[in-house]
Design a protein around this ligand. Structure first.
Ligand code: FA5
Length: 362
């Protein structure tokens, strides 16, 4: 193929114009293949060098190579320009509207027990309580002895306790049977006045529609000067009204016995039967929610405090029962089956964070 300076110059002008005219990456690629691909026009020119006389090759070689380099450089530059333009276009169109609602189809839900725990923390925070915790594998001293249940005390048999295997010469630990040991841990580590709730897992060898081997309790403890049963009743009433979001809650404190409180009372809440279903409020019947009482002076003394100076009340309620009553489940065992259909039906959206102003039930 014979070439001369003019031809190469006009070829160069043509190719540079074609590269410049490419408006997107696919058309630029088509031009690159047409010029520099295996069968491309400039590649053919390079190949033609082989058929030239040495003098001709000496004259044409540098021009053809320069043509290839110019076109290659122009393609690279055009490519960078087009890529930048493409990025700008995407940045301009793919904006995120932060005010849009979350798309449907989110995975997972908040378990009713977790939701109730959040609701409890919200309600009690408003009353000035903080949240305390303790271990689920507990020493017998905290779970029983310090709570005025020394070894061989008949009340220990009231809880069907899971005992862990103990090392030689050590006392067996237990899976805590209630959240009351957190009372002891709190009184031993904090100076009064004390106002805490302690929600958490508890364990007893127990199973039917309203009892499961693992369940949840919330403990409340107030230690201060001059505390009496009136404070306990007011706190329970205020808590239950906020939790069930109704004013007509009827609370019944039924005399009972716990070794760690004196006097002691079972907490019952009244309900009405509507179309065969139990609806909270009214006093047609009563359901047991938990136990309560004035902290026994011996328990206060066991924690190193002077019971003549400090008094307090405590209560412990079943969280799972609180959830059942509010959200209408009738079998506690389903709480722990991990059945996705149940979780989808009774679970809460992760964005439904309970607030008092929004209604704790969200
Ligand atoms: C206690 O556990 C006491 N620690 C409560 C207490 C705290 C009294 C502070 C005084 C002062 P009781 O064994 O009754 O008490 O259990 C309290 C509540 O836990 C019960 O009313 C019930 O709601 C719940 N509960 C008990 N056992 C189970 C179980 N196996 N499954 C589900 N909930 C249970």
């Amino acid at each position: 193929m014979a070439t001369n300076t003019d031809t190469i110059d006009s070829l160069s002008g043509d190719w540079l114009a074609r590269v410049e005219a490419a408006t997107d990456l696919p058309s630029l690629e088509a031009e690159r293949v047409a010029a520099l691909g295996k069968q491309g026009a400039i590649t053919q020119l390079l190949k033609s060098l082989g058929g030239m006389s040495p003098e001709q090759r000496q004259a044409e070689g540098p021009r053809i190579h320069a043509l290839r380099e110019n076109v290659t450089a122009a393609i690279a530059e055009r490519k960078a320009t087009l890529e930048r333009a493409e990025l700008d276009r995407r940045l301009a169109t793919e904006t995120l509207d932060m005010s849009l609602p979350v798309p449907l189809g989110e995975q997972g839900s908040v378990h009713p027990v977790s939701q109730v725990m959040d609701e409890l923390a919200e309600i009690f925070a408003d009353l000035g309580f903080s949240v305390a915790t303790g271990p689920e594998i507990e020493e017998q001293w905290y779970n029983f002895t310090a709570l005025n249940m020394p070894e061989s005390h008949p009340a220990r048999a009231m809880h069907d306790t899971f005992y862990l295997r103990a090392a030689e010469g050590e006392e067996a630990k237990v899976l805590r049977t209630h959240t009351s040991p957190v009372q002891i841990r709190t009184m031993m580590s904090q100076k009064p006045p004390i106002r805490i709730i302690a929600p958490g897992r508890t364990y007893r060898s127990d199973s039917d529609a309203t009892h499961t081997p693992m369940f949840h309790q919330v403990e409340a403890l107030v230690i201060d000067r001059g505390i009496h049963m009136g404070h306990l009743k007011w706190t329970l009433e205020t808590f239950l009204k906020a939790y069930f979001e109704r004013e007509d809650i009827v609370l019944r404190l039924r005399p009972s016995y716990f070794p760690f409180t004196e006097p002691s009372a079972e907490i019952d809440v009244g309900y009405t039967v509507v179309n065969g279903r139990r609806v909270l409020g009214g006093a047609e019947g009563f359901m047991e929610l938990g136990g309560s009482g004035m902290v026994h002076p011996r328990v206060i003394a066991n924690c190193g405090l002077d019971p003549d100076e400090w008094q307090g009340f405590a209560f412990g309620c079943g969280i799972d029962r609180l959830a059942m009553l509010k959200y209408g489940m009738d079998d506690l065992r389903a709480f722990f089956d991990g059945d996705l259909r149940w979780l989808r039906h009774y679970g809460f959206r992760s964005l439904d964070v309970p607030t008092l102003s929004g209604g704790v039930g969200a």
